[in-house]
Design a protein around this ligand. Sequence first.
Ligand SMILES: [Zn+2]
Length: 323
Amino acid sequence: MSTGIEHPDGWLQVKIPLPYSLKWVNAYLLPGPEGWTLIDPGLRTSETERIWTAFMEEAPVSWNRIAKIVLTHHHPDHYGLAGWFRERTGANVWMSETARAAAVRMWGENETYSGEMLEAFREHGLPSELAREMQAHLLGFRERVSPQPEEVRYLEAGKPVAMGGVDWEPVAGEGHAPGHLSFYDRTGKRLICGDQVLPDISPNIGWMPGGDGNPLASYLSSLESMRELDVEAAYPGHRDPFGGFRERVDELLRHHERRLDKIAEGIGDEKISSFDVCERLFGTHLRGNLHNLRFALAETIAHLILLETRGVLARDRGSWQRK
Ligand SMILES: [Zn+2]
């Protein structure tokens, strides 16, 4: 096991493997006078536990020198090991209050979220059989985020947080996950992106029940404001650190406009369900990959909702037609 990829100022980037198409999530370790800050430790699996245990034996980091565990958002591939790390280090876990509420809603004791998702997606045309399998698949994530930290400290957008000897400004980003935070170092022109802006792949922007009613509109306006940040080095949640931040933001903006056009072109006067639009766009092979199908359907619905608010489509529950 390597001891991570070292970046300027002694930062360590540790690639934590994921059993999905995303391949890995980046955990970042920032050394500072107060100890190390660990950002987004990854999904909890027996493999990732083994990787971190081996890492701690070799790296210049030790369990009791981890001072803070910081999360950009609540998705299991970022948040999963937060409680596990807290148990071993005693460090406090920091995230936004909204992100914490989302984690409790999805994996808390009296979870009702997966049932709401099943009902909502059925209305959008997902066949019942697939909807039930998807619900079971979603519930399977609970063990990947357990134990969950019992206590969490809250971060707020614009209220600086000390990490690695630098005061970072949490920047709210909408559309990918409720309460998502990126972290900006204005002096060093660095941004820890989380999943808000990624190189090579476009972050999933999906509609889910009980969340943002128009996540793609929120995402696009978040990107418009984030593109004003002066960033020389961007540290994403997936793939590798990159330059050209503003160009990448512009590419993502164009990508969604192209996709909106493509979806709109395929819809005529006949009503079509969100699920049928999704299969036209992404193909029927996703029926064999419920993880990707959930993201694809949520992403399709997010685009359809924005087309409705732009006056292009008319909606009847989970079906759409040209206006
Ligand atoms: Zn995410």
